[in-house]
Structures are given as C-alpha cells and as structure tokens.
Write a protein that binds this ligand. Structure first.
Ligand code: URA
Length: 480
C-alpha cells in the first residue's frame, strides 16, 4: 500500500497536494492508505508516492469539483479520500462528469457534501455558550457540540466573526476550539462534563433567544426536521416556558444582543476594504456556479445577519427576467425569492395577466434580507446604494447566463440597480427603456407597494394598473 499523509481528518490542502501526486504517478485509489493521524490508519502502508512521470499532462478539474471536495473532505466516511481520488481521475477523461447527478460516484459525493453542509448549519445554529464561573462580560464562555462530521475548522470562521470580541471555547468529542479574542486553537478531545450546565448568563441567553424568536422557525414540523433532539440538550432556550426575566441589566442585555446583530468592527472594515473578486467569484462560468458562489457572498455586510443568500430562480431560457428589491422574512427562511405575501400577490397578478410564473426567471437586486430586529419581529429595511451596487455583481451574472429578451424592474430599487436611475418610478413606468447592452427594460411597481396602500379603492386601482403592466409584458414577450 502507498501511504498518503494528511495533517488531520479534513486537511483539504493536504489531500489536494497528495491526490495530485498520486494521480500524476498513475496510482489507483485502491492502492492508497490515507493517514490522517487518527485511529483507523493502515500501519502497514509505508510505501512512498513515486515521483511523477515528467511527461505527465497537467490535471484539470472544474471549479465545482473543488467546492464539492472541500465539503466531502469533512465527511466522517473513511472512504471519502478514495472517492475524491477516483473522481479526480475520472474527471480527466470525463470533464462533464459532475453534471451527471445519477452517476454513483457523483451521487455519493453530492450526498456527502449535503450532509456536511447540514452539519455546518446545525453547528452555527445550535451552539449555545455559557459563562464559566467568575467570567466577565466578555467571557470566558464555553459550549458543547457534537458534530457529525469533521467540520470544526470550517465552522470556526463563523464563530470568530460573530463572537470575535469574546473569549470562548467550543468543546466537542473531536477536540475543542479555543478563541482568545485573537488566536484560534484546536485542542485535544473533550467530554461533555467540561462544559458547564447552567449559570447566570443563561438568563441573558434566554432573553436573547426570546427576542430573536421567529415563529416560522418553531413550527412543529420545522422543529422536527431542522433540530434533531440530540441538539436540544445543549439549548438553554428549550426552557423558554420559564417567564422571561425582565430585570436583566441594560448593559448585559446589550452585550448579548450586540453579538449576533452587528458584525465585529474589525470584520466590517475588512469587508469594506475588499477590492477584488474572491477566487470563487473569478472562476464562475455557469449559472449553477454563480448560484453556489453567491451562497458564500461577503461583498457587503448583509450576509452577517441574514439566514442565507436568496438567489434568483426560474428557467435559464426564460423570455422575461423580473427583478425585485430584496428577499423578505419568508424568502430569507425559505431561500427562494417572492414566496411571502408580496410573492403571492405577484403570482396572482401574473395569473390574471395570463403569464406563468414558472416560465419567468425571478430574482432580486439584493440577495440578502436586510432587517431591523424589533422585539421578536424582523422588520424589512431598505438596502442602501452601497449594498445595491455590491450585489449588482450577482445580478449581472444572472443577466449574463439567462440572457432574457426582456427585463422587468419591480420597484425603484430594482430600477436603480439596473440603470442607476435614482428618480421616481413614475417617470420610468410608462416607457420602454434598455439596459446598457440593449436588452429592453420595463418598470412597474413592486407588489409590496400594493400591500402597503391604506385604502381599498387605491389598492384595487393600483392592482389593476399592475396587472395591465404585466399584460404589456406578455404582449412584449409574444412579439419577441
Ligand atoms: N420582496 C422582494 O423584492 N423580493 C422578494 O423576494 C420578496 C419580497
């Protein structure tokens, strides 16, 4: 057996380096033992990787493979290294292999990547810190979490960004993550007794969770699918039947509220300074890659508080592309545009105008939900010019990959994003405009505008006008 050595169970850079050497030396996956430094390593695998043939061609893989492999490498399945090695070899002969989602290797890798992403989501959603005795207001705090996969290093970026000003440790069976406010360390394995069960801070966490309570997340079915019982044990808010403690001091409450709702100052500055494309962004060659890369978007600060990026959806050969403003509360939770009240009104008006929503591509000028926390409610807040222009990058990619014969701006934010037009929507509504590349553009009101109208008469008058605008869209598409 040939030994390939890694610096840990999820050492992606190490796997990439070794897999490349193995592939160039013509070694098959079955002949390799991957040594990660944990148990289960093959002690008899001592042969070294032979040097590559100088004539060997360079290896090429699509960007999507790198993203897939970064997730798969974190999976607990010991066969992950060999699977990725096999995919790497097959991709040299079958460059479009990853598009074949029923291929057994691709399907297995996709399922593993999904499971890792789920685990990451659970860790970021369900870790709860408690103060160790004698802790000050910045910690130390400690939490216990049992990840299914080797995700600690991947998850660390989230916790250092969100709780960067505090001192904390997350204990796990794989080892603790320690953050001292500056440096992150991965230590030796822990047992749950190392994490305290309750303390004074518990009160504040309960207050905090009561304040960010969102009923959509706590429907019985959602609870069941999103939060397996094993995580409940670590959640202080599982005790929320206890009346909220109203006498918490303002300062401590502020501290708890501040952590998740404002990114640490250092992080904000770093984001604002970011001038160029990330490696993810510069390698995008398809809509699928754009949709995936957008999930990791850090082009402005809105990702810090939103649940997820809400990318556009619809057929890539759609005859019309609608642009709204930004996802709302329900879109943020569902990960899909226009599914809440404004979306339902939009669907109804589309039907009345004789258009099928499923034939249209629907997206937003800004892909993250911007809101203000008011009590338990997340109140929509208009995106500013910086956020609109940061997000134009994604809208441009959608326009590039969908190439719609017609674009429709729903409301002033969309119009501003598409044309830079900062004036009133009324002056743009009744004429046909064009994007810079000549694509025809129409503008109409945003469905939320109709929902906000105070009296019935104005609502039905404006709704009829909106339907008439959509009928014009239909005629325009037919003419095309
Ligand atoms: N409003 C929007 O502009 N977009 C959505 O997706 C939902 C509401």
């Amino acid at each position: 057996m040939i030994a390939a050595r890694l610096n840990g169970p999820a050492d992606f850079a190490g796997w990439r380096r070794e897999a490349r050497r193995l592939a160039l030396a013509g070694i098959r996956p079955e002949a390799v033992a991957w040594l990660t430094g944990e148990d289960g390593a093959d002690l008899f695998a001592t042969e070294r990787i032979p040097p590559a043939d100088a004539e060997s061609a360079a290896l090429t893989v699509p960007r999507r493979f790198i993203e897939l492999a970064e997730n798969v490498i974190c999976h607990r399945d010991a066969g992950r290294f060999a699977l990725l090695h096999r995919l790497l070899l097959r991709l040299q002969r079958e460059p479009r292999l990853l598009e074949d989602s029923v291929d057994p290797d691709v399907a297995r890798a996709d399922a593993m990547a999904r499971s890792v992403r789920r685990d990451l989501h659970k860790m970021t959603a369900f870790v709860r810190f408690r103060a160790v005795s004698g802790a000050g207001e910045n910690g130390p705090f400690i939490a216990w979490f049992e990840p299914e996969h080797f995700i600690l290093e991947r998850a660390a970026a989230f916790f250092t960004a969100r709780f960067g000003t505090m001192i904390w440790s997350i204990m796990t069976p794989q080892g603790p993550l320690h953050w001292d406010g500056t440096v992150l360390q991965l230590g030796a394995a822990a047992c749950k007794a190392d994490a305290p069960d309750g303390d004074a801070m518990e009160t504040y966490w309960l207050t905090y969770y009561a304040n960010i309570f969102n009923p959509a997340r706590l429907k019985p079915q959602a609870m069941k699918s999103e939060m397996p019982a094993k995580y409940w044990r670590n959640l202080p808010e599982a005790e929320l039947i206890v009346p909220l403690i109203a006498s918490a001091t303002r300062r401590a409450e502020d501290m708890v509220m501040r952590a998740p709702t404002q990114p640490p100052e250092r992080h904000v500055r770093q984001l604002r300074r970011r001038p160029e494309l990330s490696p993810d962004e510069s390698a995008i060659t398809s809509w699928q890659e754009a949709a995936m890369a957008a999930q990791r978007c850090r082009r402005c600060d809105l990702h810090c508080n939103a649940t997820q990026t809400v990318f556009g959806e619809g057929p890539l050969d759609a005859p019309v592309l609608f642009v709204g403003e930004q996802p709302g509360d329900q879109e943020d939770l569902a990960g899909r545009p226009f599914v809440g009240p404004a979306g339902q009104l939009f669907d109804r008006a589309m039907r009345e105008a004789g258009l099928e929503r499923s034939r249209a591509y629907v997206t937003n000028a800004v892909k993250h939900f911007k809101f203000q926390l008011r009590g338990k409610r997340r109140i929509h807040e208009k995106p500013n010019v910086g956020e609109i222009s940061a997000c134009r990058f994604w809208l441009d990619l959608e326009l590039q990959f969908v190439k719609p014969p017609l674009v429709v701006a729903l409301g002033a934010t969309a119009l501003r994003s598409l044309t830079g037009h900062a004036g009133s929507l009324a002056s743009a509504r009744d004429r046909e405009m064009a994007l810079q590349d000549g694509t025809p553009l129409l503008a109409t009101v945003h469905p939320s505008f109709l929902l906000r109208l105070p009296d019935e008469e104005a609502r039905s008058r404006e709704y009829a006008r909106f339907v008439a605008d959509l009928e014009r869209v239909g005629q325009r598409i037919l003419r095309h």
